[in-house]
Design a protein around this ligand. Structure first.
Ligand SMILES: [Zn+2]
Length: 253
C-alpha cells in the first residue's frame, strides 16, 4: 500500500518536473555541443531523484550564484542529457542520486558529494547523494527545535536564554529549514565541481572548499561560508580561459 502510494507520488512529481523544466533556461543537447566561451561552464545535470521543480530551481540558482558572484562564470545547464564522448575541461556531469551513497563507502558515511577521479587523475562526474542531504537537514531540524525549546522555556521562566543556545541554532533558524535540502545539494555539488575543474584533491581553510561544514552555519543564513576563495576564483577563470576554443588575448597581469 505504501509502495503504491509512493509510486503515484513519484509520477506526480515527475510530471511536474518535466513541465517546469521547459521554462528553465536550458538549451537542447545539440546546441550544447557548441563550444563554451571563456567564462562559461557546461553542466550536464542528470537527476535520478526527480526533485521537485522548486528544489531544482533552488539548486540551479545557488550553483549559478556561487560561480557567477565571485568568479563571473556562467553555467550553461543541459538537463537530463550528456554527450557520449569524453568531456572537455569546461564541461562536467552533475548527477543527483537517490541513494545515501553507502554502497560506495561500504558502511555509514557523512559524505554528501563525491567526485571520483579516473585513472588519468581527472574525473568529469560529480555525484550528490540526496538521502544524505535529507539526513543533514534533519540534523539541522533537531538542533533548531532544541534551541527553540530552550528559548521558550527561558521565556516562560522569565529569565534570559543562555547565550550558548546561539551556538546550537540562532533564533530565526526555522526560516532556513524549508530551503535547506536543495541548498545542501547545491553547495555539495559546487564543492565537487571545483574539485573536478581544478583537479584539486585537497581542501581549503575557508569557504566552499572546506573539508566539512558545520550544521549551525546553515541555520544562520550567511552565504559567505559557502563561497569561493580568491585563489580558487583565479584558478577557475584561468582554466576556463584555456579551455575556450579561441583563446582570448593573454592577460596582462
Ligand atoms: Zn571535498
Amino acid at each position: 500500500m505504501e509502495t503504491v502510494r509512493r509510486l503515484i507520488n513519484n509520477n506526480a512529481v515527475r510530471t511536474a518536473v518535466a513541465a517546469t523544466l521547459l521554462t528553465l533556461p536550458t538549451v537542447a543537447a545539440a546546441s550544447a555541443q557548441e563550444a563554451a566561451s571563456a567564462n562559461e561552464l557546461v553542466v550536464y545535470l542528470i537527476d535520478h531523484q526527480y526533485v521537485s521543480s522548486t528544489e531544482m530551481a533552488t539548486i540551479q540558482n545557488e550553483i549559478d550564484d556561487i560561480f557567477r558572484e565571485e568568479a563571473a562564470v556562467e553555467i550553461r545547464w543541459v538537463l537530463e542529457d550528456s554527450p557520449r564522448r569524453r568531456l572537455h575541461a569546461n564541461e562536467l556531469r552533475f548527477l543527483i542520486l537517490a541513494s545515501d551513497g553507502t554502497r560506495w563507502f561500504h558502511g555509514p558515511s557523512n559524505v554528501i558529494g563525491l567526485a571520483p577521479h579516473d585513472d588519468t587523475g581527472v574525473g568529469r562526474n560529480c555525484f550528490v547523494f540526496y538521502r544524505q542531504a535529507l539526513w543533514f537537514r534533519q540534523q539541522a531540524v533537531l538542533r533548531c527545535r532544541e534551541a527553540t525549546r530552550a528559548r521558550t522555556q527561558a521565556s516562560a521562566a522569565g529569565v534570559a536564554p543562555d547565550p550558548s543556545i546561539d551556538n546550537l541554532a540562532p533564533a530565526q533558524c526555522g526560516e532556513r529549514l524549508p530551503s535547506l535540502t536543495p541548498l545542501v545539494v547545491a553547495r555539495a555539488a559546487a564543492h565537487e565541481i571545483v574539485h573536478i575543474l581544478l583537479n584539486k584533491l585537497d581542501h581549503s581553510e575557508a569557504g566552499l572548499m572546506r573539508e566539512s561544514f558545520d550544521i549551525t552555519e546553515w541555520l544562520v543564513g550567511d552565504e559567505a561560508p559557502f563561497r569561493l576563495q580568491p585563489q580558487e576564483v583565479t584558478a577557475l577563470q584561468e582554466l576556463l580561459r584555456q579551455a575556450a576554443p579561441t583563446a582570448s588575448s593573454p592577460s596582462t597581469h
